[in-house]
Design a protein around this ligand. Sequence first.
Ligand SMILES: [Mn+2]
Length: 444
Amino acid sequence: MPEPSPARGIISMTISSLINPQLIADNNADASSWLESDYQSLGERLNRRQINIDEITEKVAAFAVAIPSWGVGTGGTRFGRFPGAGEPANIFEKLEDCAVIQQLSRSTPSVSTHFPWDDSGDAKAVYEKGESLGLTFDAVNSNTFQDQPGQANSYKYGSLSHTDKAVRKQAIAHNLDCITQGQVLDSKALTVWIPDGSNFPGQQNFTRAFERYLVSMESIYAALPDDWQLFIEHKLFEPSFYSTVISDWGSNYIAAQHLGEKAKCLVDLGHHAPSVNIEQIVARLAQMNKLGGFHFNDSKYGDDDLDSGSIAPYQLFLVFNELVDAAERKGASFNPAYMMDQSHNVTDPIESLLSSAMNLQNAYCKSLLIDRSKLDHYQQHNDVMMANQTLKTAFDEDVRAISAMVRMKASGAIEPLEVYRKSRYRADCGRRREMQSGSSAGIV
Ligand SMILES: [Mn+2]
């Protein structure tokens, strides 16, 4: 098995077979000739820089990122949603789609659930379904940004920081329920993102709202099992457009510090202002042992939730540069939870998640190629050009043969998208799954 890496977990070797394994094997037999040749030539190039390709491949093999259960359905905007045929209707069907992604990519062995969206009334059955597919469960996500049918109190003016104690109590109870369900799933973390904030100056007292939030979070923190973590997710706008209670990493860090060791900050790449230096935030949080996890996605304007690595791949690489730097400093204790959080509006969600998982693997791989002792030397001597070139040299390398080799060795697909299309999995789902309604918006 590969050595443990800064990424979480070792790829599960259980092979589910929603895609015919013979189809994967046949495609791999055809693709292996270009792969062997590309891998050898990349190995020679890296060797000239004293990098052993097989060591890099072993580290990449240990990289894993969780799939968001909500990501396998078509997302939407506030204007609408356009689902395709064969979409999953419930958590059991979502898990099947996640298993397909894992079967082909071999880098997505776990699923992050969302309640009440994934509440089937039988968490044990959900756990067993995941187990039968070779999947484990990552962080549980609570939802206090929508009112559910029959709910006693509305979240229209907030949840954990609401002025009315009854609303806060309801929001706390929901988070506690998420922990209970997550324990059945063998999850080890709760992610809390709240929509609370204000749309107009004067609407909310910033200090009182944050005070109420902290008191509510104390109750949730107190209910955490010993081996659980609490991830706090910040976001500067939306659905509130003037202010949000947990607007940025500063507020997040204050809350996490206030609550205690098990509380950590979660960085969603889309939850910052467009020009914010996210990689520096990553470095700060990691330095202070408060980086709990990631929601990977990409964006051009705001919280676009586009596919990871599709818009700003250099930024993604720079984020991984900080993660690898922190992992080298801190060793095994540095173990942030990696998840994707994307909204797939115009693509087949399985294809988007496959390609995103590969983009993440490649960005991680490139960050492993950075010559850190050279970089440190150039930084110490203020050789700006060569320090920057050290990063660029790693970023400019085409490392796709490494992740393809990882997949092949783990019985995944050298060419996941090609095999997925050949399998006609979605068309098959279209025949056995009921068509989903497209009327409601689907922001997540
Ligand atoms: Mn997120």
